[in-house]
Design a protein around this ligand. Sequence first.
Ligand SMILES: [Zn+2]
Ligand SMILES: [Zn+2]
Length: 438
Amino acid sequence: MIKMSKQDYYEIIGVAKGASAEEIKKAFRKKARELHPDNKDSGDEQAFKELAEAYEVLSDEQKRAAYDRYGHEGVKGATRGFDDVDFSSFSGFSMDDILESLFGGGFRTSGGFGRSQGPSHGAHLKYDLEIDFLEAVFGCTKKITVNRLEDCESCEGSGGAPGSKITTCETCGGMGQVKELVNMLFVQTYQVTTCPKCSGRGKQVEKPCRDCKGQGLHRKKEDFDLKVPSGIDDGARMRLTGAGDKGAQGGGFGDLFIIVHVKQHKDFIREGNTIHLKQPVSFSMAALGGELMVPTVEGSKVLKIPKGIQSGTKLIMKDMGVPILNYPNRRGDQVVHINLDTPQKLSREEKELFEKLAEIRGERLDLDKEQREEVKKAKEAKESGAHKKTESESSSEKSDSEASKNNGSGTSKKEKKKEEKNDTFLDKIVDAFRPKEE
Ligand SMILES: [Zn+2]
Ligand SMILES: [Zn+2]
């Protein structure tokens, strides 16, 4: 996390030192759109993280005050370090969603900055959804069950037992929040926190409801139909507005964030919108060409194999890949990787035919006399070279590395000698394999 020289936060955002909160927010939004990794023209993940860090400090009155007085030292450890945030997981979200998930409310187009008055929304919830490979390709509708907080039916969310009197909380005077003096780095300030007496409800009940213990809320299973769009990829997030927890005292529902996990397929490998497939092709078909039925996400399709195809050739099946997210009519391709299927067991007749084929083509299946001589000579040269070496050679590599690790003085002379020997041995090998000049 140590950086040699950190850039000034105001400079990063591009505002003057005395800029208003609104100016900072405006400048930040503009830059965030520019630098966000999803932006193909000017996206820069590292710069975006620095921008996020700068904004986290300058958008917070207390942190900004500490930064103004003491610079980066003043807010050391006060930022959360965006290095760990994986921005690629936000793909498919609007910039407002991203900013909101990083910095909280206030980035939606409606509503101002800061927390709105009145009862607060319930918590956002997370849901892991596992779908099949083909469900991700073509989209699907999934029933998901969320165990979320809802108003208690017995007390209709009030938290009070039937007939129980409800009074305003004395500690916070019904505000639900209290001010507390805190030491924030170098600055002593007031911090607003949830009232400990009424847990932020602003009210106190004489006799709490027995079903919800005065909370006014209880957990209940609720089903939702989730439409998963075609082309969604593993790790993508979706948001179901209003499917999270209910807020206390008439507060609205939070949202449900769905993280999509796509199962692997036995045949297909997905890379973005491209599908890769390994296809074995026989010797005869590779030589003669032909037609094959190959699996695609839409079932088996005919693939023409051109004659003389080589192993490793990639054949493209146009528009047989994954639909592009949010553009269901546009699709990627399927890439078929041709793999020559060498027969491992041959019948007598097959063997004869292959031999016959080799004969017709004038292929030798073994070395000729000259080649044999050459191999023999090379082998002898190698052996005579190795002969001078002792059997300790095999372990010398290990002791060399140990010697360099120890770096001790006692054994250094001996090790050095071995190293020299090694060099000459190596030289011989290199010589033996050096291409002959003609
Ligand atoms: Zn209740
Ligand atoms: Zn209170």
